[in-house]
Design a protein around this ligand. Structure first.
Ligand code: FES
Ligand code: FES
Length: 164
C-alpha cells in the first residue's frame, strides 16, 4: 500500500511498487488530465508537480512518491493565472500536450516569475507539441509573468498547493 497526497487529498493505493505514477493517477484516481505520450520521459505530456517541481509521471514509480505532495492539472483549479493566460492566447490546437505544458509553465514561473525568452525556451524545452503551438505557449507565459496578479499573489508553495 502506498500513501501520498494529490491535489491536497490523501490517497492510498495497493499496486506494484514499479507502477508509474501516471497510471495510478489515470487508472486508480480517475484524474485523466495528465496524458500519456511517450512513456519514456521524453515528451512532457505526463508532467505533474512533485513537491512543486515539474516531474514526468510516466517514469516515476509509485514507490518514489510515498508521503510526497503531487499536483496535477486538475489541482490548478481552472482559474489559475497561467490557465487564464492560455485561454487569452488560445494556445491549444489538438490540446493533447497542453496539460503537461501548463504544469511545466507553472513550475517555471513559480521558480522564476520574470523569465527571459531564453529562460522560457530552456524551461519548456522538454515539453513537445506536435501541433507546433510553441509561439503561443511562449506568449502566454510572458503574459502570465507580466500579470500583476501572478507575481503579487502567487509564490511557489501557494501556487501548487494552497490555492488549488
Ligand atoms: S509520457 Fe511522460 S514524458 Fe512522455
Ligand atoms: S496542441 Fe496538439 S500536441 Fe500540442
Amino acid at each position: 500500500m502506498f500513501e501520498f497526497t494529490v491535489n491536497d487529498n490523501a490517497y492510498a493505493v495497493d499496486v506494484e511498487p514499479d507502477t508509474p505514477l501516471l497510471w495510478v493517477l489515470r487508472d486508480h484516481l480517475q484524474l485523466l488530465g495528465t496524458k500519456f505520450g511517450c512513456g519514456a520521459g521524453l515528451c512532457g505530456a505526463c508532467t505533474v508537480h512533485l513537491d512543486g517541481t515539474a516531474t514526468r509521471s510516466c517514469v516515476l514509480p509509485i514507490s518514489a512518491v510515498a508521503d510526497r505532495r503531487i499536483t496535477t492539472i486538475e489541482g490548478l483549479g481552472g482559474e489559475h493565472p497561467v490557465q487564464q493566460s492560455w485561454i487569452d492566447h488560445s494556445v491549444p490546437q489538438c490540446g493533447y500536450c497542453q496539460s503537461g505544458q501548463i504544469m511545466s509553465a507553472v513550475a517555471l514561473l513559480d521558480g522564476n516569475p520574470s523569465p527571459s525568452e531564453t529562460d522560457i525556451e530552456q524551461g519548456m524545452a522538454g515539453n513537445i507539441c506536435r501541433c507546433g503551438t510553441y509561439p503561443r505557449i511562449k506568449a502566454a507565459i510572458q503574459s502570465a509573468a507580466q500579470a500583476e496578479y501572478y507575481s503579487a499573489s502567487h509564490t511557489s508553495n501557494e501556487t501548487v498547493g494552497d490555492d488549488v
